[in-house]
Design a protein around this ligand. Sequence first.
Ligand SMILES: NC(=O)c1ccc[n+]([C@@H]2O[C@H](COP(=O)([O-])OP(=O)(O)OC[C@H]3O[C@@H](n4cnc5c(N)ncnc54)[C@H](OP(=O)(O)O)[C@@H]3O)[C@@H](O)[C@H]2O)c1
Length: 242
Amino acid sequence: MYRPYIVCHMVTSLDGKVTGEFLNRPECEAATEIYYEMNREYKAQGSGGFICGRVTMEQSFTGGWYPDLSKYEPVKKHFGHYMNCWFDDLADANYFAISFDPKGKLGWQSNAIEDSDPGYGGAKIIEVLTEQVDPRYLAYLEEKEISYFFAGENGIEVPLALKILRDHVSPEFFVLEGGSIINGHFLRADCVDEISLVQAPVTADNDSKPLFFEGDIVDFKLFEAEQKNGTLVMRNIKEREE
Ligand SMILES: NC(=O)c1ccc[n+]([C@@H]2O[C@H](COP(=O)([O-])OP(=O)(O)OC[C@H]3O[C@@H](n4cnc5c(N)ncnc54)[C@H](OP(=O)(O)O)[C@@H]3O)[C@@H](O)[C@H]2O)c1
């Protein structure tokens, strides 16, 4: 398996949903705290950082800000050559925010996450793009010294993206932190090795999305489970043949 080990770490409702209003309920507060604490523990255990979909990155970190691309000259890239990438000097970095942003819709103000939680703050941003991106967006990323690479024509090919990460960034494991759509892409590509869930004692409404959007049947084995502050915390591991 030449790619990083992937732990999908999420807060769920009792009915296995991961997005929507239930996350704001008081019943979910303890689960959210435990979730962040576990994220920091994963970092202490050597996680190379967290991987999130464009919507989660926007809601959690960029707040919808976007640069004025009209002031940038397009960067000529040889689209179609997947290894085409631009990496800022990452020598001093060992913790990353991997952003699956196929069309380059995210506006970052700097090249590292700004957040008071040490499980997120300071993580060096790497944008994973497709050929759908506006070439002026690349100039903006380069000006901000934000690393990026291409991993597909229309959609991001998850195994390819993980291989490039292993080649260029090298951590042995990353934590996949949603939301539902990106998790579904990883599951269908057989790129989820472990599922780490913090289950809040609340059900979700009809608009909430499942842990894996457009999921599939995949067998995991329960590795450990415990009750923490009124929530169920469990780890399930995918059994693989040697
Ligand atoms: N319960 C939890 O622990 C938890 C954790 C994190 C987030 N969340 C919640 O999740 C919600 C967002 O989840 P979501 O499912 O709507 O969105 P998401 O998974 O965060 O982002 C989906 C977007 O990411 C891009 N993307 C991801 N993988 C891709 C691939 N392989 N190929 C192409 N594009 C890919 C696409 O961007 P484009 O749309 O630009 O094409 C896609 O629409 C948030 O509201 C947040 O509250 C919950």
